[in-house]
Design a protein around this ligand. Structure first.
Ligand code: NCD
Length: 352
């Protein structure tokens, strides 16, 4: 079975072919309208969602398949105390493929251990959001005709923004991309992502002002401050209005810079910016359907070798938001890279 937990699970060729197929589907959707006849997607959303959940559902319906699932676990047996493993085992028996969103980091990886169908990570806490990245890549490729040699400015909540983490990791797989991280000190990109950038031989800049860097960018990727990840409302209030993109600030941007945002927007992009031809976030959201159609097709037509060896240790992950610290029956899987060990679920390094 082929899962999509992290885009690292896929080769660059596979990713390019998913994007290519999404473009083909977008041009001729009727040619794909029956290819998933008889197949069912389970959309298990333990966290709120509009675009991701509905675009997965729309994607399967447009392919001729059907949809089951929940968007509020309190309406499922989770409310009666059913554990994560049991829910996944059951739905994995009903559906041919599952898209799962969960507030804990590593939840999609955990689901992949128990489900007897492929799992797609539709967002696991602040960790990753690989299908948003595919949507972002399609939008960038369409607009820029390349995924190489771009300067990307990420602005806002770079600490908790999982779409940022996934897109940065992915852009490292293409050539000569540069990153400018624009945030407050409190919401800077996590160290483990910085380490990935450095070990891949790339570099980044961290700055505090959007105005001072906007003229250097090919892409401005705005993000919402992730209110639900803050432990105090006071801390959130201190962050929420720091960055706001306005038509005035855009005067200094290149005429061909594009503005992306995974949405939902709160106040970080003024509504007046929507009329600027560089604002592509609504187009980006509609691309989500085509890319997810392409992804479902790809996953359900790929067979892989099942013999994956996992490295199990007695150690626990020290990330409190990692699912292994909440669902205690999960095996402690780690990845070894040089002399360091990383949690297989949430990617954080563990100190032995
Ligand atoms: C993003 C998410 O859920 O991480 N939304 C989405 O899937 N398009 C971004 C966000 O919630 O801020």
């Amino acid at each position: 079975m082929k899962h999509l937990i992290d885009l690292d699970d896929f080769s660059l060729n596979e990713i390019n072919s998913i994007i290519g197929k999404a473009i083909e589907i977008k041009k001729n959707p009727h040619e794909f309208s029956n290819v998933m006849h008889g197949k069912i997607i389970g959309t298990l959303f333990y966290e709120p969602s509009t675009r991701t959940q509905m675009s997965f559902q729309t994607a399967m319906l447009k392919l001729g398949g059907q949809v089951i699932g929940f968007n509020n676990p309190q309406n499922s047996s989770v409310a009666k105390g059913e554990n994560f493993k049991d829910t996944i085992k059951i739905i994995g028996g009903y559906a041919d493929i599952i898209a799962i969103r969960h507030p804990l980091e590593g939840a999609a990886k955990a689901a992949s251990i128990f489900a007897n169908c492929p799992i797609i990570n539709a967002g696991d806490g602040s960790h990753l959001h690989p299908t948003q990245t595919l949507t972002d890549l399609l939008t960038i490729a369409e607009q820029k005709n390349t995924l190489n040699g771009l300067t990307v400015g990420f602005c806002g909540d770079l600490k908790y923004g999982r779409t940022v983490h996934s897109l940065v990791k992915m852009m490292l797989k293409y050539k000569n991309n540069k990153f400018i991280f624009i945030s407050t000190e409190e919401l800077q990109i996590p160290d483990y992502i910085k380490n990935i950038i450095i070990s891949s031989g790339n570099s980044y800049e961290e700055v505090f002002s959007l105005e001072d860097s906007i003229d250097k960018l090919d892409i401005l990727y705005m993000t919402r401050i992730q209110k639900e990840r803050f432990t105090s409302i006071q801390d959130y209030n201190l962050q929420k209005d720091v960055f706001k993109l306005t038509t005035d600030k855009l005067k200094n941007a290149n005429h061909n810079m594009i503005i992306l945002h995974p949405l939902p927007r709160v106040d970080e992009i003024d509504i007046s910016v929507d009329d600027d031809p560089r604002a592509l976030y609504f187009k980006q959201a509609s691309n989500g359907v085509f890319v997810r159609m392409s992804l479902i097709l790809h996953i359900l037509s790929t067979k892989i070798d099942e013999n994956v060896e996992n490295l199990t240790l007695n150690e626990s992950c020290n990330n409190k938001l990692c699912i292994t610290n909440h669902e205690k029956y999960l095996p402690h899987y780690f990845k070894k890279d040089n002399n360091s060990y990383f949690c297989e679920y949430c990617s954080r390094e563990i100190k032995l």
